[in-house]
Design a protein around this ligand. Sequence first.
Ligand SMILES: *Cc1c(COP(=O)(O)O)cnc(C)c1O
Length: 499
Amino acid sequence: MAESPSALTGNPQDAQIESLDPANWEEMRALAHTMIDDAFEWLQTLDDRPVWKPMPDEVKRHFESEAPSQPQGAQAAYDDFKENILPYPMGNPHPRFWGWYMGAGTVTGALSDFLGAILNPNLGGGNHVGNYVEAQVIQWLRNMVAFPEGSSGLLTSGGSMANFTALTVARNAFGNLDIRHRGVGAAGGQMVVYASREVHSCMIKAVETLGLGSAGLQLVDVNPDYTINMEALAAQIREDRAAGKVPFCVVANAGTINTGAVDDLQAIADLCQAEDLWFHVDGAIGAVAVLAESVRDRLSGMERADSIALDLHKSMQIPFEAGAVLVRDEPSHRDTFCVMPEYLAHDKDGGGLAAGKYWFSEYGLQLTRQFRALKVWMCVKEHGLERFGRVIDRNVSQAHYLGERVGEHPALEMMAPIGMDIVCFRYNPGNMDTEALNALNKALLIRLQESGVAAPSYTTLEGRYCLRVAISNHRSRYSDFDLLVEHVLAIGESLAGQE
Ligand SMILES: *Cc1c(COP(=O)(O)O)cnc(C)c1O
């Protein structure tokens, strides 16, 4: 085998080739260095800027212009980025962004995305190193959650796709009915997935897309701490069976989106075992918290699941997008997604580019897949798993710190128990009805976000609107929460004074 390809002989037509590579590599290299310098400057000065600021109308209009038909050059494209994009991002890298449940990203994660895009491999399959990187990342995740050797996995865009992928396997694996080919009608009745009413909305999309209809997701009542009520769950399954429905899966929440509640995973595992149901864990928030000492014990039982959805772009802080699904029974996983047309046929033990033992396209919907494994792989190498655990532990501790600060002020009211790292509270001066309080807290949140000081989000619990602080941010300091409380009080007082 030659180490390098043979030299080109030269063809006059080559001179006319218009490549998409830089016309001047030295200029491009200088521009690339500028981009890196600007990016580092931006990250290192996050504190000097508002968490978020609204876009002026002229900036919005800038994005209505037609595509250029002629080259403007990389420098012009970058100048446009600096002027019109860089100042108006979502804000989640900032230490006081606590909206929804996101992640802040990391430097090495971003650089890995760059390197991955330079190599630009297709992780659908083939005999190349990218697939070995993803296989190793899957193995690390499998060991992290104590799944057995031989279980399978796939990196996904995020938790939604991970949950969807797992539910598809659960549906197809049900009852040796060959549902993959015969469709859900083969089940002989409405197939039903169970989850608490706190389950994430991606589950609704999943059951609908899977052809079960929204009726295929049965929501179950919760306890006062927002964990699933096991008696209600068991009763619902009995009732549905008696009515001729076909229960096939229970989705446990390892960290609900509203309040971070962790269902009783051991109890759900026992129930699924007794009832012969697929046990799926939505661990988009909580699964990686097995790395955190303060949370680990509450996740006991997750290792008994048939499948787990994880998000790595939330509390693990990998830049978007990075999620993962793990499936205990590899054959069920592959039998759900493997299709092998002649142009994809491959011999795992053969030679050439189509050999190789890893074909991730056989484990999910996507054929062409980006090299998202690289950023996970590099960040885990950089920091080690335990440091991610410490970051999560600190976020949990900060949630309780905020809870204490809230408790010190009579005008602030906790609205739910703190689940992991999510705090729900509201401003309540004590002399308003629910409707007025909801309106006041909505106005307060908008004013807080527009002040640029902090960006929590919101939810509504039992009809009561609250500020929701989801602390999945490796940059947050304790003093950031002091500042939050100070501003919530000030804005609350000023709004209440206007009543
Ligand atoms: C975020 C989240 C999801 C959806 O994950 P994406 O990465 O946003 O697709 C699902 N379930 C829970 C509990 C989540 O927090």
